[in-house]
Each structure stands twice: as structure tokens, then as C-alpha cells.
Design a protein around this ligand. Structure first.
Ligand SMILES: [Zn+2]
Length: 157
């Protein structure tokens, strides 16, 4: 079975809501993300895919921090969670070893979805995501158990 390296970006707004997009091909609500290209780090994939799919410029949140060694590369960050899931594109079924990153929006918050890949989008609270249809189980686990409460609690202020 083929396995791809992929990256997801959980973008959190100032009210503690999370951005999900409705993936056109898969028909599911997911964080922005995609396949890691050969010449990039997975954290760069998270930033690039978010820009391509939503038009948003994001800055990754470093939790936990990356440990550096012998590099000047500055466009690197550590994932806060890892998932493994089956990707079913009908005639193309394979697995994704997916690294999850958290991010804040840099600059404008206006989403400009890529209409070929994205059917819809929205900013959702954890509670809303847990009750939504079409959100994969692993995404529900990540938002309810892995994203630090301090990043989400702003929604209550
Ligand atoms: Zn894939």
C-alpha cells in the first residue's frame, strides 16, 4: 500500500475558532492541507496549502518548539500531532502519514477559497466541529484533545 507524507494546518482565529474547508473531491470538512512536495518541509506544506486553498497567509504556532541542529533554515516548525488515515479518491486509495500544525492568520482574515478544491469554508468552535457531519474522526480528536485549551478559550471572552 502506498503511503504519502502530508501536512494539515489548524488555523485558529482571535476568537479561538478553527478554520475548516469542505474538500471538493473528498466531500469532507477538513483543515487546509495536502501532500508534501520533495523539496519542502512538512511545515512549509501546511503554510503553502493554506495559502493555495484559502488565500490566507498564516504563521505557525510553535508548540512544542523545534530542536535545531546544524542548520540556518528558519522556515521550520514542529508538528503538534500526527495522524495516519486512509485516503479514498475512488480509483486511487492510499494512506496519509499526516503532520498537524497550528497557525494564526497573518494580515487579512478574508478567505478567498480555491473553487476547484474547496466547496465551502467556515470558522468553527470546537463544540460545533464535534457535532458536525462530514468531519473525520481524527480531526474531531485533534480539535477536542490536542489543541491547547489556552488557544481556544478566547472564544469565551
Ligand atoms: Zn495522498
Amino acid at each position: 500500500m502506498r503511503i504519502c507524507n502530508t501536512a494539515s494546518c489548524f488555523v485558529i482565529d482571535s476568537r479561538g475558532r478553527i478554520l475548516l474547508i469542505k474538500h471538493a473531491k473528498l466531500g469532507m470538512w477538513l483543515p487546509p492541507g495536502g501532500h508534501v512536495d520533495e523539496s519542502e518541509t512538512a511545515c512549509y506544506t501546511a503554510i503553502r496549502e493554506t495559502r493555495e486553498e484559502t488565500g490566507l497567509d498564516v504563521k505557525l504556532i510553535q508548540k512544542p518548539p523545534l530542536v535545531w541542529n546544524n542548520t540556518r533554515m528558519r522556515s521550520a516548525a514542529a508538528p503538534f500531532a500526527t495522524t495516519l488515515h486512509r485516503a479514498d479518491y475512488g480509483d486511487n486509495v492510499h494512506y496519509h502519514y499526516n503532520l498537524c500544525f497550528m497557525a494564526r492568520v497573518n494580515g487579512t482574515k478574508r478567505v478567498r477559497p480555491e473553487r476547484n478544491e474547496v466547496d465551502d469554508y467556515g470558522w468553527f468552535t470546537t463544540k460545533e466541529i464535534l457535532s458536525m457531519a462530514g468531519v473525520p474522526h481524527d480531526v474531531k480528536i485533534i480539535v477536542s484533545e490536542r489543541i491547547p485549551e489556552t488557544l481556544l478559550s478566547r472564544s469565551r471572552r
